[in-house]
Design a protein around this ligand. Structure first.
Ligand SMILES: NC(=O)c1ccc[n+]([C@@H]2O[C@H](COP(=O)([O-])OP(=O)(O)OC[C@H]3O[C@@H](n4cnc5c(N)ncnc54)[C@H](OP(=O)(O)O)[C@@H]3O)[C@@H](O)[C@H]2O)c1
Length: 342
């Protein structure tokens, strides 16, 4: 009896890992929503799978159950890394189709932190006689959707600060010239494990002036053969829009760049010139000389027209920009790379 249970635990973990792998294909595509995968399991075999593929599109469970045309058997198990939703958002509740299609057992990875769900999806399914169990592989489920959870519980993205410094503690040259600190191996690591894992990268305009960075993921190693190389959005804090017109960040994939400018400082003609080049300007209010951070967070996480919001952000500097987030206590994770530029 004990060994059967142990086998089931292993199988549950394997199926949940598959949900997470499917879910992670949606990085950068679901806006401020959750990355979710779902699999349908019969006698230990996955017979159907789906994921939430884009902002406003069908959730993973609905997508799976609408595409799977076969009969549902009483012993079939639906796995999903997030509690099924029970509210009407941009799509109908997933709990409806789960009940309608005759699913009898659901295993979930983590509860939904969205107050509209927060356990109500589980309770609704249980009230309809379904067996609902979880959490399974909770740490990995929470890690994948830590941005989604931060937006729902803190009203801001999950924020990682990244700094590079030399062995003797320098982060820049004193004369304002660029200083290469990290090695190619470190760049490969940070492009793979930092930049490719967030919805957006953010820097201050002075770093653009000094370093003219590309801020892309060109050194990232491919982790999942089913996904193309991923490019996060790039935000620049630039209240007066003093960014040089031909910065790499404005000429390479300009549609991936969003300039955050001050409502009453950014020149209107500059905004329209940038817009003609496909570069978005997000206008945020100032509180004194600095952006009102609460208002900025709301702008970052809230979908508006063709902007779908973000849930996680890598703040790459420089010091004034790091300080903005530190002072506000809005840092979830600090990464320091120590290099000699070799
Ligand atoms: N070693 C590393 O990891 C690393 C990483 C990045 C940069 N750096 C170095 O850092 C240096 C630049 O750093 P920095 O501190 O001078 O500049 P920065 O942080 O790159 O940019 C600062 C500017 O961004 C705008 N800004 C930042 N936070 C703001 C806020 N809360 N509200 C409104 N505007 C805000 C302001 O623009 P306005 O002045 O227009 O108001 C501010 O002066 C460069 O030498 C660069 O090479 C090092």
């Amino acid at each position: 009896m004990k060994s059967i249970h142990a086998f089931s635990d292993v199988q549950d973990a394997r199926c949940m890992r598959r949900c997470l792998a499917l879910a992670s294909r949606a990085r950068g595509l679901v806006g401020n929503g959750a990355m979710v995968g779902a699999v349908l399991v019969r006698k230990g075999q996955i017979i159907a799978e789906a994921h939430h593929a884009g902002f406003g599109l069908r959730h993973a469970e609905r997508s799976l159950l609408e595409s799977f045309r076969g009969d549902i058997h009483p012993e079939d198990i639906l796995f999903t890394n997030l509690e099924p939703c029970c509210h009407t958002g941009r799509t109908p509740p997933c709990t409806n189709i789960i009940v309608e299609r005759g699913i009898r057992k659901v295993i979930y990875g983590m509860r939904d932190s969205d107050p509209r769900v927060a356990g109500k999806g589980i309770a609704l399914l249980q009230s309809q006689g379904l067996s609902v169990t979880g959490p399974v592989d909770l740490a990995e489920c929470e890690r994948l959707n830590r941005g989604f959870n931060a937006v729902r519980t803190l009203g801001r993205p999950w924020i990682t600060l990244k700094m590079a410094r030399t062995l003797d503690g320098r982060i820049a040259n004193g004369d304002g010239s660029p200083l290469k600190i990290t090695s190619t191996e470190q760049d490969r690591w940070s492009h793979t494990w930092l930049r490719s894992m967030v919805d957006a990268i953010l820097i201050g305009v002075q770093t653009v002036m000094t370093d003219d960075p590309l801020l892309d993921t060109r050194f990232a190693q491919k982790l999942n053969t089913n996904t193309d190389q991923y490019y996060p959005l790039r935000f620049i804090l630039d209240p007066s829009l003093r960014i040089p017109e031909y910065s790499k960040i404005l000429t390479n994939s300009p549609h991936q760049t969003i300039l955050v400018a001050a409502e009453d400082r950014a020149p209107a003609d500059r905004i329209s010139t940038l817009a003609q080049r496909g570069i978005r300007v997000m206008l945020a209010p100032l509180s004194g000389q600095a952006f009102d951070l609460a208002a900025l967070f709301t702008l970052l996480v809230t979908p508006q027209s063709d902007y779908h919001g973000i849930t996680s952000m890598l703040v790459e500097g420089g010091p004034k920009t790091w300080e903005t987030f530190r002072r506000a206590g809005a840092v979830d994770e600090d990464v320091v790379l120590v290099g000699d530029g070799g």
